[in-house]
Ligand binder design. Structure first.
Ligand SMILES: Cc1cc2nc3c(=O)[nH]c(=O)nc-3n(C[C@H](O)[C@H](O)[C@H](O)COP(=O)(O)OP(=O)(O)OC[C@H]3O[C@@H](n4cnc5c(N)ncnc54)[C@H](O)[C@@H]3O)c2cc1C
Length: 391
Protein backbone atom coordinates (compact mmCIF):
# COMPACT_ATOMS: atom_id res chain seq x y z
CA UNK A 1 0.00 0.00 0.00
CA UNK A 2 1.37 3.39 -0.99
CA UNK A 3 -0.26 6.62 0.16
CA UNK A 4 2.06 8.98 -1.70
CA UNK A 5 0.87 10.90 -4.72
CA UNK A 6 2.73 10.18 -7.96
CA UNK A 7 4.87 13.00 -9.42
CA UNK A 8 2.14 13.45 -12.05
CA UNK A 9 -0.54 13.86 -9.36
CA UNK A 10 1.65 16.32 -7.43
CA UNK A 11 2.07 18.24 -10.67
CA UNK A 12 -1.71 18.44 -11.11
CA UNK A 13 -2.11 19.94 -7.63
CA UNK A 14 0.69 22.43 -8.17
CA UNK A 15 -0.47 23.55 -11.61
CA UNK A 16 -4.05 24.07 -10.44
CA UNK A 17 -2.93 25.93 -7.31
CA UNK A 18 -0.84 28.21 -9.54
CA UNK A 19 -3.79 29.02 -11.82
CA UNK A 20 -6.13 29.56 -8.87
CA UNK A 21 -3.64 31.90 -7.17
CA UNK A 22 -4.57 34.41 -9.90
CA UNK A 23 -8.09 34.53 -8.46
CA UNK A 24 -7.74 35.77 -4.91
CA UNK A 25 -10.22 36.19 -2.07
CA UNK A 26 -11.42 39.56 -3.38
CA UNK A 27 -12.33 37.99 -6.71
CA UNK A 28 -14.56 35.41 -4.99
CA UNK A 29 -16.04 37.95 -2.59
CA UNK A 30 -17.00 40.08 -5.56
CA UNK A 31 -18.50 37.10 -7.45
CA UNK A 32 -20.49 36.20 -4.34
CA UNK A 33 -21.85 39.75 -4.18
CA UNK A 34 -22.71 40.19 -7.86
CA UNK A 35 -23.53 36.62 -8.85
CA UNK A 36 -21.32 36.97 -11.94
CA UNK A 37 -20.20 33.56 -13.26
CA UNK A 38 -16.42 33.02 -12.86
CA UNK A 39 -15.75 33.01 -16.62
CA UNK A 40 -12.11 33.98 -16.08
CA UNK A 41 -11.32 30.86 -14.04
CA UNK A 42 -13.29 28.67 -16.46
CA UNK A 43 -11.29 30.12 -19.37
CA UNK A 44 -7.94 29.83 -17.60
CA UNK A 45 -8.58 26.14 -16.88
CA UNK A 46 -9.90 25.49 -20.39
CA UNK A 47 -6.93 27.26 -22.02
CA UNK A 48 -4.51 24.97 -20.21
CA UNK A 49 -6.54 21.88 -21.09
CA UNK A 50 -7.76 21.07 -17.58
CA UNK A 51 -11.46 20.72 -18.37
CA UNK A 52 -10.73 17.46 -20.18
CA UNK A 53 -8.65 16.01 -17.35
CA UNK A 54 -10.47 12.69 -17.32
CA UNK A 55 -11.77 12.69 -20.89
CA UNK A 56 -10.23 10.42 -23.55
CA UNK A 57 -7.11 11.79 -25.26
CA UNK A 58 -8.47 11.15 -28.78
CA UNK A 59 -11.14 13.84 -28.16
CA UNK A 60 -8.76 16.39 -26.69
CA UNK A 61 -8.77 15.22 -23.08
CA UNK A 62 -5.83 14.32 -20.86
CA UNK A 63 -6.96 10.72 -20.28
CA UNK A 64 -6.24 10.84 -16.55
CA UNK A 65 -8.43 9.31 -13.85
CA UNK A 66 -11.03 10.40 -11.33
CA UNK A 67 -8.18 10.45 -8.77
CA UNK A 68 -6.44 13.27 -10.66
CA UNK A 69 -9.77 15.04 -11.25
CA UNK A 70 -10.52 14.78 -7.51
CA UNK A 71 -7.14 16.29 -6.67
CA UNK A 72 -7.78 19.07 -9.14
CA UNK A 73 -11.24 19.89 -7.75
CA UNK A 74 -9.90 19.84 -4.20
CA UNK A 75 -7.12 22.26 -5.14
CA UNK A 76 -9.66 24.63 -6.71
CA UNK A 77 -11.88 24.65 -3.60
CA UNK A 78 -8.88 24.86 -1.26
CA UNK A 79 -7.55 27.94 -3.07
CA UNK A 80 -10.44 29.88 -1.52
CA UNK A 81 -12.60 29.53 -4.63
CA UNK A 82 -14.76 27.09 -2.67
CA UNK A 83 -17.90 25.83 -4.33
CA UNK A 84 -18.16 29.08 -6.35
CA UNK A 85 -15.04 27.98 -8.23
CA UNK A 86 -15.52 24.21 -8.20
CA UNK A 87 -19.19 24.18 -9.23
CA UNK A 88 -18.43 26.46 -12.18
CA UNK A 89 -16.63 23.58 -13.91
CA UNK A 90 -17.83 20.52 -11.98
CA UNK A 91 -20.41 19.35 -14.55
CA UNK A 92 -17.95 19.81 -17.39
CA UNK A 93 -15.43 17.49 -15.74
CA UNK A 94 -17.45 14.34 -15.13
CA UNK A 95 -20.91 15.05 -16.58
CA UNK A 96 -20.34 13.64 -20.02
CA UNK A 97 -19.13 10.30 -18.70
CA UNK A 98 -22.29 8.64 -20.13
CA UNK A 99 -21.33 10.00 -23.58
CA UNK A 100 -17.80 8.59 -23.18
CA UNK A 101 -19.12 5.18 -22.11
CA UNK A 102 -22.35 4.83 -24.10
CA UNK A 103 -22.17 7.45 -26.87
CA UNK A 104 -21.30 6.46 -30.45
CA UNK A 105 -18.20 7.76 -32.27
CA UNK A 106 -20.08 10.52 -34.04
CA UNK A 107 -21.52 11.77 -30.73
CA UNK A 108 -18.16 11.69 -28.97
CA UNK A 109 -16.53 13.64 -31.82
CA UNK A 110 -19.37 16.19 -31.83
CA UNK A 111 -20.01 16.55 -28.08
CA UNK A 112 -16.72 16.19 -26.23
CA UNK A 113 -14.16 18.51 -27.92
CA UNK A 114 -16.18 21.78 -27.58
CA UNK A 115 -16.74 21.10 -23.88
CA UNK A 116 -13.10 20.24 -23.25
CA UNK A 117 -11.94 23.34 -25.14
CA UNK A 118 -14.27 25.52 -23.06
CA UNK A 119 -16.18 26.62 -26.18
CA UNK A 120 -19.42 25.17 -24.85
CA UNK A 121 -20.77 24.91 -21.33
CA UNK A 122 -23.29 22.35 -20.24
CA UNK A 123 -25.72 21.67 -17.42
CA UNK A 124 -27.16 18.53 -15.88
CA UNK A 125 -30.92 18.24 -15.50
CA UNK A 126 -32.10 15.29 -13.42
CA UNK A 127 -33.87 16.60 -10.29
CA UNK A 128 -37.57 17.41 -10.69
CA UNK A 129 -39.82 19.52 -8.47
CA UNK A 130 -42.32 16.82 -7.53
CA UNK A 131 -40.16 13.72 -7.38
CA UNK A 132 -36.93 14.82 -5.65
CA UNK A 133 -34.64 11.95 -4.72
CA UNK A 134 -37.15 9.41 -6.08
CA UNK A 135 -35.50 9.83 -9.50
CA UNK A 136 -37.17 6.96 -11.34
CA UNK A 137 -40.58 8.63 -10.89
CA UNK A 138 -39.46 11.69 -12.84
CA UNK A 139 -42.08 13.05 -15.20
CA UNK A 140 -40.33 15.10 -17.91
CA UNK A 141 -41.70 13.43 -21.04
CA UNK A 142 -39.81 12.82 -24.29
CA UNK A 143 -42.22 11.74 -27.00
CA UNK A 144 -40.87 10.32 -30.25
CA UNK A 145 -42.21 11.97 -33.43
CA UNK A 146 -40.35 10.59 -36.48
CA UNK A 147 -36.68 11.47 -36.19
CA UNK A 148 -37.22 13.82 -33.22
CA UNK A 149 -38.28 13.69 -29.62
CA UNK A 150 -40.48 16.40 -28.11
CA UNK A 151 -39.57 17.26 -24.51
CA UNK A 152 -42.21 18.63 -22.17
CA UNK A 153 -42.01 19.07 -18.40
CA UNK A 154 -39.96 20.71 -15.67
CA UNK A 155 -36.63 20.26 -13.91
CA UNK A 156 -35.41 22.04 -10.82
CA UNK A 157 -32.07 23.02 -9.33
CA UNK A 158 -30.37 22.71 -12.72
CA UNK A 159 -27.08 24.48 -12.06
CA UNK A 160 -25.43 26.72 -14.70
CA UNK A 161 -28.52 26.62 -16.96
CA UNK A 162 -28.30 30.44 -17.25
CA UNK A 163 -25.04 30.21 -19.15
CA UNK A 164 -25.10 26.68 -20.58
CA UNK A 165 -25.21 25.98 -24.31
CA UNK A 166 -26.06 22.31 -23.80
CA UNK A 167 -28.06 20.19 -21.39
CA UNK A 168 -27.72 16.56 -20.37
CA UNK A 169 -31.29 15.69 -19.51
CA UNK A 170 -32.94 12.55 -18.15
CA UNK A 171 -36.47 12.03 -19.44
CA UNK A 172 -39.23 9.47 -19.42
CA UNK A 173 -39.88 7.92 -22.84
CA UNK A 174 -42.19 5.10 -21.70
CA UNK A 175 -44.82 5.90 -19.07
CA UNK A 176 -44.19 4.41 -15.63
CA UNK A 177 -47.40 2.31 -15.84
CA UNK A 178 -46.11 0.58 -18.98
CA UNK A 179 -42.69 -0.59 -17.73
CA UNK A 180 -41.87 -3.73 -15.71
CA UNK A 181 -39.27 -2.01 -13.51
CA UNK A 182 -39.43 1.69 -12.65
CA UNK A 183 -35.78 2.07 -13.69
CA UNK A 184 -36.82 1.23 -17.26
CA UNK A 185 -38.32 3.61 -19.81
CA UNK A 186 -36.03 6.55 -19.01
CA UNK A 187 -33.85 8.04 -21.76
CA UNK A 188 -30.87 10.35 -21.75
CA UNK A 189 -30.22 13.21 -24.16
CA UNK A 190 -27.37 15.65 -24.63
CA UNK A 191 -28.71 18.50 -26.66
CA UNK A 192 -28.79 22.22 -27.34
CA UNK A 193 -30.57 24.31 -24.73
CA UNK A 194 -32.78 26.21 -27.17
CA UNK A 195 -34.14 29.08 -25.10
CA UNK A 196 -37.05 29.59 -27.50
CA UNK A 197 -38.48 26.33 -26.17
CA UNK A 198 -36.93 26.25 -22.71
CA UNK A 199 -37.49 28.78 -19.97
CA UNK A 200 -34.79 29.08 -17.33
CA UNK A 201 -35.82 30.75 -14.08
CA UNK A 202 -33.16 31.61 -11.49
CA UNK A 203 -33.59 30.35 -7.92
CA UNK A 204 -32.36 32.81 -5.29
CA UNK A 205 -30.35 30.75 -2.87
CA UNK A 206 -28.28 30.76 0.32
CA UNK A 207 -24.79 30.71 -1.19
CA UNK A 208 -22.69 30.17 -4.33
CA UNK A 209 -24.45 33.06 -6.03
CA UNK A 210 -21.86 33.07 -8.85
CA UNK A 211 -23.01 29.67 -10.06
CA UNK A 212 -26.70 29.80 -10.83
CA UNK A 213 -29.29 27.13 -10.05
CA UNK A 214 -32.63 27.17 -11.78
CA UNK A 215 -36.09 25.96 -12.49
CA UNK A 216 -36.12 24.82 -16.11
CA UNK A 217 -39.33 24.47 -18.09
CA UNK A 218 -39.28 22.45 -21.33
CA UNK A 219 -42.12 23.51 -23.57
CA UNK A 220 -41.97 21.21 -26.58
CA UNK A 221 -38.20 21.28 -27.13
CA UNK A 222 -37.44 19.31 -30.30
CA UNK A 223 -34.46 17.02 -29.90
CA UNK A 224 -33.03 15.13 -32.89
CA UNK A 225 -32.72 11.39 -32.37
CA UNK A 226 -28.92 11.74 -32.91
CA UNK A 227 -28.78 13.50 -29.52
CA UNK A 228 -30.07 10.47 -27.63
CA UNK A 229 -27.27 8.79 -25.70
CA UNK A 230 -27.36 5.01 -26.03
CA UNK A 231 -30.59 3.07 -26.35
CA UNK A 232 -34.06 4.40 -25.65
CA UNK A 233 -35.29 3.35 -22.19
CA UNK A 234 -31.86 2.72 -20.63
CA UNK A 235 -31.07 6.27 -19.50
CA UNK A 236 -31.22 5.53 -15.79
CA UNK A 237 -28.62 2.83 -16.15
CA UNK A 238 -26.39 5.27 -18.06
CA UNK A 239 -26.76 8.07 -15.54
CA UNK A 240 -25.73 5.72 -12.73
CA UNK A 241 -22.37 5.51 -14.45
CA UNK A 242 -21.68 9.15 -13.66
CA UNK A 243 -22.98 9.08 -10.11
CA UNK A 244 -20.00 7.58 -8.34
CA UNK A 245 -17.47 9.92 -9.97
CA UNK A 246 -19.73 12.87 -9.17
CA UNK A 247 -19.86 11.87 -5.50
CA UNK A 248 -16.09 11.45 -5.38
CA UNK A 249 -15.51 14.86 -6.96
CA UNK A 250 -17.96 16.72 -4.75
CA UNK A 251 -16.47 14.99 -1.68
CA UNK A 252 -13.03 16.16 -2.71
CA UNK A 253 -14.34 19.70 -3.23
CA UNK A 254 -15.83 19.59 0.28
CA UNK A 255 -12.48 18.52 1.73
CA UNK A 256 -10.79 21.43 -0.09
CA UNK A 257 -13.31 23.89 1.30
CA UNK A 258 -12.87 22.48 4.81
CA UNK A 259 -9.10 22.80 4.52
CA UNK A 260 -9.18 26.47 3.54
CA UNK A 261 -11.67 27.21 6.32
CA UNK A 262 -9.40 25.47 8.82
CA UNK A 263 -6.29 27.28 7.57
CA UNK A 264 -8.05 30.62 7.99
CA UNK A 265 -9.21 29.69 11.47
CA UNK A 266 -5.71 28.64 12.56
CA UNK A 267 -4.19 31.84 11.14
CA UNK A 268 -6.75 34.00 12.90
CA UNK A 269 -6.34 32.08 16.17
CA UNK A 270 -2.63 32.86 16.08
CA UNK A 271 -3.12 36.54 15.30
CA UNK A 272 -6.10 37.62 17.37
CA UNK A 273 -5.09 38.77 20.84
CA UNK A 274 -7.74 38.93 23.59
CA UNK A 275 -7.10 38.88 27.37
CA UNK A 276 -3.48 39.63 26.55
CA UNK A 277 -2.75 36.48 24.52
CA UNK A 278 -3.57 34.91 21.15
CA UNK A 279 -6.96 33.21 21.30
CA UNK A 280 -5.26 30.09 19.83
CA UNK A 281 -3.50 29.60 23.15
CA UNK A 282 -6.81 28.48 24.64
CA UNK A 283 -7.53 24.77 24.36
CA UNK A 284 -11.20 25.51 23.77
CA UNK A 285 -10.09 27.13 20.51
CA UNK A 286 -7.31 24.61 19.69
CA UNK A 287 -9.08 21.33 20.29
CA UNK A 288 -12.06 21.74 17.97
CA UNK A 289 -9.66 22.84 15.23
CA UNK A 290 -7.44 19.81 15.86
CA UNK A 291 -10.52 17.58 15.61
CA UNK A 292 -11.47 19.22 12.32
CA UNK A 293 -7.99 18.50 10.93
CA UNK A 294 -8.23 14.82 11.84
CA UNK A 295 -11.73 14.44 10.44
CA UNK A 296 -10.82 16.18 7.18
CA UNK A 297 -7.74 13.99 6.76
CA UNK A 298 -9.80 10.85 7.36
CA UNK A 299 -12.43 12.01 4.87
CA UNK A 300 -9.69 12.78 2.34
CA UNK A 301 -8.35 9.22 2.65
CA UNK A 302 -11.84 7.88 1.97
CA UNK A 303 -12.11 10.13 -1.09
CA UNK A 304 -8.76 8.86 -2.37
CA UNK A 305 -9.71 5.25 -1.71
CA UNK A 306 -13.00 5.65 -3.59
CA UNK A 307 -11.19 7.35 -6.52
CA UNK A 308 -8.52 4.63 -6.60
CA UNK A 309 -11.16 1.93 -6.61
CA UNK A 310 -13.06 3.63 -9.43
CA UNK A 311 -9.94 4.11 -11.57
CA UNK A 312 -7.96 0.99 -10.86
CA UNK A 313 -10.02 -1.83 -9.47
CA UNK A 314 -13.39 -2.26 -11.09
CA UNK A 315 -14.10 0.82 -13.17
CA UNK A 316 -16.83 1.93 -10.84
CA UNK A 317 -18.83 -1.26 -10.58
CA UNK A 318 -18.28 -1.73 -6.82
CA UNK A 319 -17.41 1.85 -5.92
CA UNK A 320 -20.88 2.79 -4.65
CA UNK A 321 -20.31 2.26 -0.93
CA UNK A 322 -16.96 4.04 -0.88
CA UNK A 323 -18.09 6.95 -3.06
CA UNK A 324 -21.18 7.45 -0.90
CA UNK A 325 -19.17 7.16 2.31
CA UNK A 326 -16.60 9.65 0.99
CA UNK A 327 -19.30 12.17 0.08
CA UNK A 328 -20.99 11.79 3.48
CA UNK A 329 -17.82 11.98 5.58
CA UNK A 330 -16.27 14.83 3.59
CA UNK A 331 -19.41 16.99 3.67
CA UNK A 332 -19.91 16.48 7.41
CA UNK A 333 -16.21 17.00 8.29
CA UNK A 334 -16.08 20.11 6.16
CA UNK A 335 -19.32 21.46 7.59
CA UNK A 336 -17.80 21.16 11.06
CA UNK A 337 -14.59 22.87 9.89
CA UNK A 338 -16.47 25.73 8.20
CA UNK A 339 -18.70 26.23 11.26
CA UNK A 340 -15.69 26.11 13.59
CA UNK A 341 -13.88 28.64 11.39
CA UNK A 342 -16.77 31.08 11.84
CA UNK A 343 -16.84 30.48 15.61
CA UNK A 344 -13.06 30.93 15.90
CA UNK A 345 -13.40 34.35 14.27
CA UNK A 346 -16.04 35.38 16.81
CA UNK A 347 -18.04 38.37 15.55
CA UNK A 348 -15.69 38.81 12.60
CA UNK A 349 -16.66 35.35 11.42
CA UNK A 350 -19.98 36.91 10.52
CA UNK A 351 -18.34 39.66 8.43
CA UNK A 352 -17.98 39.00 4.72
CA UNK A 353 -14.42 40.33 4.53
CA UNK A 354 -13.14 37.33 6.54
CA UNK A 355 -14.63 34.93 3.96
CA UNK A 356 -15.49 32.12 6.39
CA UNK A 357 -19.21 32.94 6.43
CA UNK A 358 -19.19 32.36 2.65
CA UNK A 359 -17.57 28.96 3.16
CA UNK A 360 -20.19 28.07 5.75
CA UNK A 361 -23.01 28.90 3.35
CA UNK A 362 -21.32 27.02 0.50
CA UNK A 363 -20.63 23.81 2.43
CA UNK A 364 -24.37 23.24 2.70
CA UNK A 365 -24.36 22.31 -1.01
CA UNK A 366 -22.19 19.16 -0.73
CA UNK A 367 -24.22 18.20 2.32
CA UNK A 368 -27.51 18.30 0.40
CA UNK A 369 -26.54 17.44 -3.17
CA UNK A 370 -26.32 15.35 -5.28
CA UNK A 371 -27.74 12.97 -2.68
CA UNK A 372 -28.77 13.68 0.89
CA UNK A 373 -26.96 12.27 3.96
CA UNK A 374 -30.09 10.32 4.90
CA UNK A 375 -30.20 8.52 1.58
CA UNK A 376 -26.50 7.67 1.86
CA UNK A 377 -27.14 6.10 5.27
CA UNK A 378 -30.00 4.10 3.73
CA UNK A 379 -27.66 2.94 0.94
CA UNK A 380 -24.94 1.77 3.35
CA UNK A 381 -27.51 0.07 5.60
CA UNK A 382 -29.03 -1.84 2.69
CA UNK A 383 -26.14 -2.47 0.33
CA UNK A 384 -23.30 -2.99 2.80
CA UNK A 385 -25.01 -4.25 5.94
CA UNK A 386 -27.77 -6.20 4.21
CA UNK A 387 -30.60 -4.53 6.14
CA UNK A 388 -34.09 -4.31 4.63
CA UNK A 389 -35.05 -1.36 2.44
CA UNK A 390 -36.78 1.20 4.64
CA UNK A 391 -38.72 3.16 2.00
C1 LIG B 1 -27.21 24.40 -4.91
C2 LIG B 1 -27.79 23.15 -5.51
C3 LIG B 1 -27.39 22.77 -6.78
C4 LIG B 1 -27.96 21.65 -7.40
N1 LIG B 1 -27.61 21.36 -8.70
C5 LIG B 1 -28.27 20.35 -9.35
C6 LIG B 1 -28.05 20.12 -10.76
O1 LIG B 1 -27.21 20.78 -11.40
N2 LIG B 1 -28.79 19.16 -11.38
C7 LIG B 1 -29.71 18.40 -10.72
O2 LIG B 1 -30.32 17.55 -11.35
N3 LIG B 1 -29.94 18.60 -9.39
C8 LIG B 1 -29.26 19.55 -8.69
N4 LIG B 1 -29.50 19.77 -7.35
C9 LIG B 1 -30.56 19.00 -6.70
C10 LIG B 1 -30.08 18.08 -5.61
O3 LIG B 1 -29.40 16.98 -6.16
C11 LIG B 1 -31.33 17.71 -4.80
O4 LIG B 1 -31.74 18.86 -4.09
C12 LIG B 1 -31.07 16.58 -3.87
O5 LIG B 1 -30.87 15.42 -4.65
C13 LIG B 1 -32.25 16.38 -2.91
O6 LIG B 1 -33.47 16.32 -3.60
P1 LIG B 1 -34.72 17.17 -3.09
O7 LIG B 1 -34.21 18.55 -2.85
O8 LIG B 1 -35.86 17.06 -4.03
O9 LIG B 1 -35.09 16.50 -1.71
P2 LIG B 1 -36.30 15.53 -1.36
O10 LIG B 1 -36.23 14.29 -2.19
O11 LIG B 1 -37.55 16.30 -1.36
O12 LIG B 1 -35.92 15.16 0.15
C14 LIG B 1 -36.09 16.11 1.21
C15 LIG B 1 -35.49 15.57 2.49
O13 LIG B 1 -36.17 14.37 2.86
C16 LIG B 1 -35.24 13.32 3.08
N5 LIG B 1 -35.81 12.04 2.63
C17 LIG B 1 -36.54 11.80 1.52
N6 LIG B 1 -36.86 10.50 1.46
C18 LIG B 1 -36.29 9.91 2.54
C19 LIG B 1 -36.25 8.56 3.03
N7 LIG B 1 -36.85 7.56 2.39
N8 LIG B 1 -35.58 8.33 4.18
C20 LIG B 1 -34.97 9.34 4.85
N9 LIG B 1 -34.98 10.62 4.45
C21 LIG B 1 -35.64 10.90 3.30
C22 LIG B 1 -34.03 13.67 2.23
O14 LIG B 1 -32.86 13.05 2.73
C23 LIG B 1 -34.01 15.19 2.37
O15 LIG B 1 -33.33 15.54 3.55
C24 LIG B 1 -28.91 20.87 -6.69
C25 LIG B 1 -29.28 21.22 -5.40
C26 LIG B 1 -28.73 22.35 -4.80
C27 LIG B 1 -29.18 22.74 -3.42
Amino acid sequence: MDFALTPEQEAVREAIAKICARFGDDYWLERDRTGQFPVELHKALADDGWLGICMPEEYGGAGLGIMEAALMMQAIAESGAGMSGASGIHMNIFGLNPVVVYGNDEQKRRMLPPLIAGKEKSCFAVTEPNTGLDTTRLKLRAERKGDRYILTGAKVWTSTAQIADKVLVLTRTTPLEEVKKKTEGLSLFYTTLDRKKVEVRLIEKMGRKAVDSNQVFFDGLEVPVEDRIGEEGRGFEYILDGMNPERILIASEAVGLGKVALARAAKYANERVVFGRPIGKNQAIQHPLAECWMELEAAHLMVMQAAWRYDKVDNGKQTGALANAAKYLAAEASFKACTQAVMTHGGYGYAKEYHVERYMREIMIPRIAPVSPQLILCYIAEQVLGLPKSY
